[in-house]
Design a binder for this molecule. Sequence first.
Ligand SMILES: Cc1ncc(C[n+]2csc(CCOP(=O)(O)OP(=O)(O)O)c2C)c(N)n1
Ligand SMILES: [Mg+2]
Length: 801
Amino acid sequence: MHSDPYFCQMESTLDAVAEQDMLSFEAFRTSVIADYRMALMSREVSLLGRREVLTGKAKFGIFGDGKEVAQIALAKFFQKGDFRSGYYRDQTFMFVLKVANVEDYFSQLYADVNNDPYSGGKNMNAHFATEFVNKKGAWSNLVDNFNISADIAPTAGQMVRGLGLAFASNCFRSSKHKAQLTHLSNNGNEVCFCTIGDASTSEGHFWEVVNAAGVLQVPLAIFVYDDGYGISVPTDLQTTKGSISEALKGFEKEKGTNGIKIYTVKGWDYAALCETFEEGIAYTRETHTPVLFHVKEMTQPQGHSTSGSHERYKTSERLQWERDWDCNKKMREWLLLNELTTEDTLQALESEVKQEVRLSKLAAWEKYIAPIKEKINQGVALVQKGLIEADLKIAIELLHELVHSREPLKRDIFRTLNLILEKIPQHPNAKSIQSFLDNYYQHEAPFYSKDLYNEGPLSTLNVSQVDPIYPADAATLNGYEVLNHYFDALFDENPLVYAFGEDLGNIGDVNQGFAGLQHKHGIDRIFDTGIREQSIIGQAHGMAMRGLRPIAEIQYLDYLLYAIQTLSDDIATLHYRSNGLQSSPVIIRTRGHRLEGIFHSGSPMGVIVNALRGIYVCVPRNMVQAVGMYNTLLRGNDPALLIECLNGYRLKETMPSNITEFTVPLGKPEILKEGNDITIVSYGSTLRIIEDAALRLHKMGIDCEIIDVQTLLPFDINHQIVVSLKKTNRIIFIDEDVPGGASAYMYQQVIELQGGYRWLDVAARTLSAKAHRPAFASDGDYFSKPNTEEIIKVIKAMMSE
Ligand SMILES: Cc1ncc(C[n+]2csc(CCOP(=O)(O)OP(=O)(O)O)c2C)c(N)n1
Ligand SMILES: [Mg+2]
């Protein structure tokens, strides 16, 4: 046994590696040198990547330099079937797994829509993703893959998704149907690796997830990369006691308690990193409980990103410390100290790696730029063809910049050729130039817009209508009982479905939709959670990404705001930002409208339709409609929010017999009452007030047509509403949101998009709640939200205009 600490570490690393693979010392040495080569390669990518941005070839860059060695170590323990929910520093981790190669990495840096394999040019560099769902809409064989959930830029957002990806392992482990789900999980043995920067642990997401993971006991391995800064703000302004592992001590798992196991390790210490991760990951894999590694003393050799320089906020001592304790430098010293290699060999390796990265970068650039240059050549040829002498000078001047640009963009082609058409409208080839531009635009534009929702076979829009069947002796039940019977049948029928939220398990939700069902279908599938909306949604999101069908409950619509970041940034963008590689068919169930008081009556539908493009938004008017929508959603692969009407649980409804089969198609409004004088467009519980107003208006001789849009996203796909407007020539959009909220959204859809303005006899109107949040109690509601008398008054005024 050596007394030198370096030798001790080397021996223990040797033990660790040899134990796994029975490697000889020679093989160990080869593998360590291969690790160092990887660290060098990744560093060179960071250096060249930054240069590409500074020279104008790429727009922005953020890199993983200073974090290489730790990632090489942790990647050793990431197995096929495992999941990662990480952030923009993880390039080395991805290179080790071969999820990324250098050429692909640069393709993403250049925003190359054809060759960025992770996001199709939609996401910033170092935002990775692997395929979870294939183009046919079927889940890939996740147990044979390294599963990289698509990255987002909002820091700490990855935590809640990570919780869900880990929690899904628990679900698979306890599932009675796991034998049929072996492509999704190997008995729930998968660990989720979640990486986060030190400063981002200041976010509520982090604390919510550490707490939830400690309660739920999930196989989640959190790695905090501590480089002492969040851009310019140092750790002591971020974290209590300046140390996340210190601050987390109360969460630590002890004998007989739940909680989370915590390790600290230095980010430059290759041997200790390998050893610590090996022990910690084995622990979480075996015990299925969470672990956190506080990886200290990391650096940022090039500063935070290409947006600024760290010399502005780091002292010269700090900068010197970062140079001295650079992980690659320390690993190099360690290799030499332990005589694992020689200076000459390392120098040769270093120049070999530099050359290799340079060539891959050039290949990526060539792939990116060649088709653009080709288009420039085609455009120039069209301009030159048939150009008369008098216009030659103008054309040459305009083309000059485009032709000589070293980094031309597609938009430069559109700008230049359009300018030429504007300046030389008599150009003999003007028509061909215009159609060249139109074709080019039509070819390129879809790359930037596609895959917001599933477009293939599992698009929820493909689900066709199946009408409810009402037998002669159909029961009449309260709305909540309809739901209760439905969920009971659904949980019998579909083993992938789970439901959870605050008060949903034991008491079966605050309105009894799940009453008695936990007892019947098991606590593993129907259960309570803490009050933690953000991570309830994240939990469901991760489960849905792994092929389960969670129904996550937010107790009241008003509290959706707690989860809006995950919904908007992560779930709504997942399919889009992964270029269709991943889907999260999560269903968020909540209830809203028409209760009372500022915090229980909300209907922030404008916020929702604007923030959640990428999630379908269903607003059923009663529980039978809600059931039909649940059935539709469960047949597609898209995420959706379904808002049940709070005042509908005790209203009587007729129970269909085909309760798990009938469907309500998305984007198809329903005419609730035909009429000739005015079209009223609305949704949800407001419809009951409108129906009341329409009855009274009828007695006054005004014949209203009432349309329930049923879903706000998508909205009236086949433009049915304008057909009604053609008949009535008057239209009003009514809801309980603030002025300019969802009523304005519906107005824009019908008047502008459907061309409704052409059929108006009087100005189209919106009628919404007042601009403030609704006051308490029934009179607060009456004066804050549209009421029957107000609706009658506005419609009478419209009729007499
Ligand atoms: C929610 C959110 N706030 C702010 C930012 C801007 N931002 C990007 S990275 C960053 C610092 C993150 O620091 P840290 O978590 O320590 O990670 P590091 O970059 O140091 O690896 C900030 C403030 C962001 N992306 N997301
Ligand atoms: Mg940091």
